[in-house]
Design a protein. Structure first.
Length: 249
């Protein structure tokens, strides 16, 4: 992979921390890495944005933010309300290609979910991925509701002919509840995407050196780490309960 798009099934789901973990693992393997944020919303000039946070945690990566809009809205809406030019999928693709000329890996972090509008023509992160012929890594929630949103995102990708290497749980709790534990086994079956990692809740608050040291343990080998999906699922997922329709002796 030269360009990998990172999208979530929703907002505030852990995309930035997952992006930073993938960047850290790649950098530790000796690859040159760039992180691209097409549109940052909800922050004033001077505040640390997602791409700066990812670069701080990962260390030694190039950070590029194409546009920043002050209100915490979808990029197209935020741009319109601010009277600023939006970022179109073609702009994202052009910036990613420029970075790919000088880097081994370019990570493009989206805003919100896959089909959030970037411009008034309805352009989305999925459109940018298609222009780049890039795969989309899907960052998902751990808990109740994630099966539906992950399946919808996977279906939208397949309908557009965009590949996805798998899904990463963006924030795995220290004490998972029943739904979160069951979802480990159900997510791959429902979405048709392998699990490629689980980032522990609060990982973004770690000191950068600790984050870099620990991040390979959160990601599967396909993302440059050593995380084992089968072992993780076996550790946390509960054994299936007998059907209430089955009589026992």
């Amino acid at each position: 992979m030269t360009v990998l798009v990172v999208s979530g099934t929703d907002t505030e789901i852990g995309k930035t921390v997952v992006t930073a973990a993938v960047a850290a693992a790649a950098a530790a393997a000796g690859r040159t890495v760039a992180v691209l944020k097409p549109a940052q919303t909800g922050l004033a000039p001077g505040e640390e944005g997602d791409v700066a946070a990812a670069a701080r945690l990962a260390g030694g990566v190039t950070a590029v933010e194409l546009a920043r809009f002050p209100e915490p809205l979808a990029p197209a809406t935020a741009a319109r309300r601010a009277g600023m030019a939006p970022v179109a999928p073609a702009d994202v693709a052009e910036a990613a290609r420029r970075l790919a000329a000088d880097h081994d890996l370019v990570l493009v972090e989206g805003a919100g979910g896959l089909l959030v509008r970037f411009d008034e023509e309805g352009g989305t992160l999925a459109d940018a991925a298609r222009l780049l012929a890039a795969s989309v890594l899907v960052v998902v929630r751990a808990g109740l509701g994630t099966l539906n949103t992950t399946a919808l995102t996977a279906e939208a990708l397949r309908a557009r002919g965009v590949t996805a290497p798998g899904a990463v749980v963006g924030s795995w709790p220290a004490t998972p509840d029943l739904a979160e534990r069951c979802n480990l086994a159900d997510l791959p079956a429902v979405a048709g995407l392998p699990l490629l990692g689980a980032v522990p809740h609060g990982a973004g608050a770690l000191a950068p050196a600790d984050f870099r040291a620990q991040s390979p343990g959160w990601l599967a080998p396909a993302l440059g780490g050593r995380w084992d999906a089968a072992a993780f699922t076996a550790r946390f997922a509960p054994q299936p309960c007998p059907s209430p329709l089955v009589r026992t002796a």
